[in-house]
Design a protein around this ligand. Sequence first.
Ligand code: PLP
Length: 427
Amino acid sequence: MLYQRSSALFDEAYQYIPGGVNSPVRAFKSVGGVPVFMKSAQGAYLTDVDDNQYIDYINSWGPAILGHTHPEVLEALKKQAENGFSFGTPTELETEIAKLIVENVPNIDQIRMVSSGTEACMSAIRLARGFTGRNKFIKFEGCYHGHSDSFLIKAGSGAATFGNPNSPGVTPGTAKDTLTAKYNDIEQVEDLFRLNEGEIAAIIVEPVAGNMGCVLPENNFLQKLRALCDENGALLIFDEVMTGFRLAFGGAQEVYGVKADLVTFGKVIGGGLPVGAFAGRNEIMDHLAPKGAVYQAGTLSGNPLAMRAGLTTLEVIKNDESFYENLNKTTETLDFEIGKILNAKGIEHKINRKGTMMSVFFHTNSVSNFDDAANANHALFNNFFHQLLANGIYLPPSGFETWFISAAIQEKEISKTLEVIQKFEYA
Ligand SMILES: *Cc1c(COP(=O)(O)O)cnc(C)c1O
């Protein structure tokens, strides 16, 4: 494949945009090489500026769960755009999407819209602090909750890829209120509660982690976190920016049967436009401004175009009774068949999967936390990534990321993908 125009565009972008990209993981720094510049996306496919085509396993890092440029979403967006782009006033549409979500996601009464997952998580922590009157919170190594200061304490994903776990610019004052524990290590959480009695406002967790690669909760981890929060008067925040409307319509709360006090959303909820949200029970959400004293606001929050894309995406999912079943089956086939191929080649690996989230780790043992993920053979992943890319398969450009399967990926795309992996050479 030729990447002439991508290369030229990257050189130019590099002059005007820090690192040539507007979000670090896009730069291919982890896997090496020049990032591919895309010009269009349709269904399961991306087309780059050199006219190469790829089967997309990132799907905009999750939002494009229906596949790209879904006709119903496109139509709805066009119609909405004709009525105006942004009003800065309340709209009926905002209540429509809020109602749909509140009625279908367990354990939430109210939802506040924002413009990114980062904003959602940042605001959820502020609300948890305001509600409990406590300052500290617990997060897990390798979980990513956006780039607001208090989360950039040994953050995963982008930061992990850059080997820069504590970002300069985050003050020690901020860092001291963020406690970190290993994912799936309940004893560390118990210790933190013991050592910080009466000071912990919340635990925030990715109920299925997606930002250190896909890592699943083990041994009733989520149930135990729920119990510890109850014992200690802390709130449990599920960061469902990735898992929300992806694992199930009700997200991880539905799949694992564990109740969260606050839930954050992003990605799928915006159908490809910039949206985030956070939600909870009345007794907590009533503390938010303008009703309550915890301040939170946004010029473009609830933007009509974003709400329309999100609402239409959620409706398409809701109207298809076997949506998740079919999507999960596709992912299961991928998992199983890739495993067979790699086994036949004698390549040690571990595939983690939950629903339509999966990662292939080149690791001999199970991957249950960030250290395990970091100990995988990332050089081999990078090689795998580039061989697949050169053959029209677009994986996330880092071994610390999750593959997102869309409904547009069908048998044809699966067989092509497996055919390419069949030719993978361990170099
Ligand atoms: C992507 C992500 C975020 C951040 O969302 P942005 O929209 O990129 O700010 C937060 N939490 C999780 C779990 C995510 O996957």
